[in-house]
Design a protein around this ligand. Structure first.
Ligand code: SF4
Ligand code: SF4
Length: 472
């Protein structure tokens, strides 16, 4: 009975220790020398257990080799040629997934004119003219009711406010959150509130409300003055850095109960990850800094192209090395991209879908239409229902069936698919005109970055396992 290697990705931790990332189960296992030798031998072609015993007999006894083979079979790192692992099927979730996060696009208006903004982008040109620019109180309250009714038995829900510039509709935010908390108390559910802002309108009265209501805040900011003012400008071209800095400092000084994060949009012209991080984390004092490449078609002059992705990767890798040093030394580091991926690896996340969009997360447009997520809110093509009439579950099922990772043939042989699952639908829509397409333009980048995170994971598992215990 011949044996064959199953699907895995091999990587190293610190020193010479070897690990496997087992793709079907998304588990990480450490290899001893013998298991490594068995896998190396099988790399040259299928072999029987008897052949393996003979080939490895100069270093290991027969019963040791057989035990190792049994262990590798148990882990599904290898399989018998006669019984290959079953191919994953595109099945919709066995039970309906409750809605956990509702993102309310409270306005499509913004007081900045960032050069790369996707709001009311090409997928929404027609709708932009017909939708209200601000969500009204009745729609917001209906959205809250919708969230509770779709949340099923979940003990808590996440209500997130997004824009445009979210704080341009501050009055409505106040009443929507007050209503959500009141309904939550009546229903015995906790309401976790958060918002994203460009920080231009963060005046004291708003900070008071944020602090009093325990609202999580993410600030969209691209770095120091020169980096921020390259794209994040007012309509007259004036940069926003000098306006937002005092507001952010005041927020950070006063909002101590919840971590305030910075969210950076990287463009072809702004890729110096290290200096952005240093400014935002060390100099300004954000709790964490997350980076996302700009979502755009490749024709735009600010799109990140091949050379840019290389630069981005080396910037991420060197910041990830700093993260590892800090974790080993027991210091906090705020590079959230690596921390989030470590958590996914630790939890054995194996994604059928790249994110929760259309599943546990949905976005609401200003008129109450419900879409896949905040980035699609307002696009009629990606509508799943409305907060007034509920979700069109047949449409949702069709979406989930079509977008299941098992239907992405390009991803079928990719070892990074448990964590990537084809990437962001909005990015795919912007780049290829369809949410169904996997984001093949950044596969090399994703695989290299995932490998870096796995190496960090392996090193921590060996040298500082207590760091990973926080993700249990
Ligand atoms: S998009 Fe690329 S990196 Fe992601 S799972 Fe598919 S093939 Fe792999
Ligand atoms: S589709 Fe993209 S933008 Fe929307 S939730 Fe998923 S990853 Fe985020």
């Amino acid at each position: 009975m011949n044996l064959r290697r199953s699907e895995f990705h091999a990587f190293t931790g610190s020193g010479s220790s070897r690990f496997l990332y087992l793709v079907p189960s998304a588990a990480v296992v450490q290899l001893d020398d013998l298991s490594h030798a068995v896998l190396e031998t099988l790399a040259a072609g299928d072999r029987s257990a008897t052949d393996l015993v003979e080939t490895l007999s100069d270093r290991w006894k027969a019963d040791e080799v057989r035990t190792s083979v049994d262990e590798l079979l148990g882990l599904r790192a290898i399989h018998t040629v006669a019984a290959p692992p079953p191919k994953p099927k595109a099945e919709k979730p066995k039970r309906s997934i409750p809605l956990q996060t509702l993102v309310l696009n409270v306005t499509s208006k913004c007081n900045l004119s960032c050069g790369y903004c996707y709001e009311y982008g090409e997928d929404k040109i027609v709708e932009a003219k017909t939708k209200p620019r601000f969500m009204n109180e009745a729609t917001a309250k209906q959205s809250v009711d919708f969230l509770f009714s779709e949340a099923g038995d979940s003990p808590s829900v996440n209500l997130t406010f997004f824009g445009g510039e979210t704080l341009m509709n501050f009055k409505m935010l106040q009443s929507a959150l007050a209503y959500a908390r009141e309904r939550g108390a009546a229903l015995g559910k906790e309401v976790n509130a958060s918002l994203t802002t460009n920080a231009t309108l963060l005046r004291e009265e708003i900070i008071d409300w944020i602090v009093a209501n325990d609202v999580g805040v993410t600030v969209s900011i691209d770095g120091a003055r020169e980096q921020q003012d390259k794209f994040r400008v007012f309509a007259n071209g004036m940069g926003s850095y000098d306006i937002i800095l005092p507001n952010i400092k005041s927020l950070l000084a006063r909002h101590r109960r919840r971590p305030v994060g910075a969210r950076v949009t990287l463009t072809g012209q702004n890729l110096d990850v290290a200096s952005i991080y240093t400014h935002l984390f060390e100099e300004i004092g954000f709790w964490e800094v997350g980076f996302a490449p700009v979502t755009t078609s490749w024709q735009r002059e600010y799109a990140i192209e091949d050379e840019g992705f290389q630069k981005l990767l080396s910037g991420f890798q060197s910041l990830a090395a700093d993260f590892l040093d800090a974790a080993l030394a027991g210091r906090r580091h705020g590079f959230s991209n690596v921390r989030d991926t470590l958590e996914e690896i630790h939890k054995g996340m194996s994604k059928a879908y790249p994110c929760g969009a259309g599943l546990g997360l949905m976005g609401v447009a200003t008129d109450g239409d419900v879409a896949l997520c905040h980035r699609f809110a307002g696009s009629d093509d990606h509508k799943l229902g409305s907060v007034f009439d509920g979700v069109d579950h047949a449409r949702q099922d069709e979406f989930l069936q079509k977008h299941h990772i098992a239907n992405k043939t390009d991803c079928a042989s990719c070892w990074a698919r448990p964590l990537c699952a084809g990437g962001c639908y909005h990015e795919a829509h912007t780049r290829y005109g369809s949410t169904v397409e996997p984001n093949l333009h950044y596969c090399n980048w994703i695989r290299a970055w995932t490998n870096t995170c796995l190496e960090i994971y392996g090193t921590l598992a060996e040298r500082k396992p207590e760091y990973l215990a926080q993700f249990d």
